[in-house]
Design a protein around this ligand. Structure first.
Ligand code: KG4
Ligand code: ZN
Length: 341
């Protein structure tokens, strides 16, 4: 049998400081996440400068804990994997600088990982049988991409948002109905008490680009609805608003994914990114897939939101593909999928 490959992965692209030890891309030996959410809640969103400072404070203890939880030392590790984009530049730089320092000190190779490719690869961890090609709907706070995973490390974007990302729309609507940050999980919870058919919010379709998305229209429609109620002094049922808004978003995501699966004749469909932990989206996608006899995959909620285990999974296949970075590796805040090193 081939030798096991153990990767120490680091993620610091937004407001989670994370490190993980992953064996052969699929076995998570440790997964440590320090979430800064409590800190940013005060400001209603992520404050980049505060995120960078907290990453600096937490990165060493988080890495030490990841090695300890895996019962390993650096000498047991074959390579380092680090997120180098996309994300907040000051936040990314903390992980990149740390990974370069460890690589230099230990002589271990450094593998640069794309954050979204990490989200997609989270699906490999709990679905040991999942292999490309498959279709992956990536819905996170900053990204909404329908991605054709052609092979390990080979991606084609076949649908994208023209304005807000899905998670961004969840966060903005949550703020408008007074739920606070981060809004996604709160809307998810509140929507369970509401009627998703109570209000009809528009589902945007882009002319000439049937697999693309636009979420700013539905967000504005919710804001207009709230204003109108306020002006007419009608009491707002926030649970109904949450459920109806969530349905508008979920329906479009599922419809476009099913259309793409048909068009590209793909039998395997996966979800990824923070919004992939949304319970209504998971249920609707599962139902749509089972109706069409498609295999459905999604990471468990902890692996949907930012973590380093997913970076270790993506990093393993990048490592096998020979992807390496030198000590001149820099953070690339607007890195595109399939581009870069
Ligand atoms: O993937 P992620 O952790 O960070 C990015 O790379 O952007 O995604 C964070 C986003 C936030 O917008 C958050 O509100 C959303 O994922 N989110 C959810 C849920 N859990 C997290 N959205 C809807 N329902 C959820 N249960
Ligand atoms: Zn993310």
């Amino acid at each position: 049998m081939d030798k096991d490959i153990v990767i120490l992965a680091i993620e610091s692209s937004c407001d989670e400081t994370a490190a993980a030890v992953v064996k052969n891309g699929r076995e998570v030996l440790s997964n440590v996440i320090y979430s800064q959410i409590e800190l940013h809640k005060l400001y209603g969103g992520v404050v980049p400068e505060i995120a960078s400072r907290k990453h600096i404070e937490k990165i060493n203890p988080v890495i030490e804990k990841a090695l300890k939880d895996a019962h390993m030392t650096l000498s047991d590790v074959d390579a380092l994997a680090v997120t180098y984009g996309p994300g907040l530049v000051g936040a990314l730089l903390v992980g990149v600088a740390e990974a370069k320092a460890i690589s230099y000190a230990s002589g271990k190779p450094l593998v640069p990982v794309h954050h979204i490719e990490g989200h997609i690869s989270a699906n490999y961890i709990e679905n040991k049988d999942l292999e490309p090609p498959f279709l992956c709907m990536v819905v996170s706070g900053g990204h909404t991409h329908l991605v054709l995973v052609k092979d390990y490390g080979k991606y084609e974007i076949i649908g994208r948002t023209h304005d807000d990302a899905a998670g961004e729309a969840f966060d903005k609507v949550a703020r408008a109905i007074g739920l606070g940050y981060p809004g996604g999980p709160k809307i998810d919870r509140l929507a369970k008490e509401g009627n998703s058919g109570a209000i009809t919010f528009p589902k945007a379709h882009i002319q000439g680009a049937p697999l693309d998305f636009s979420f700013s229209g539905v967000k504005s429609a919710v804001l207009n609805y709230l204003n109108e109620c306020r002006m007419k002094k009608i009491e707002v049922n926030t649970a109904d608003v949450a459920a109806s808004f969530q349905k508008a978003i979920v329906d479009v995501i599922v419809e476009h994914t099913m259309e793409a699966a048909g068009e590209y004749k793909i039998r395997k469909v996966a979800l990824a990114g923070g919004v992939a932990s949304n319970s209504a989206l998971r249920e609707a996608m599962e139902l749509a897939c089972s109706r069409r006899h498609l295999e459905f995959y999604r990471p468990s909620p902890l692996l949907c939101t930012d973590n380093a285990a997913m970076i270790g999974a993506a990093g393993y296949y990048d490592y096998l593909n020979g992807k390496r970075a030198g000590l001149d590796l820099n953070a690339i805040p607007n890195l595109k999928i399939g581009e870069g090193l």
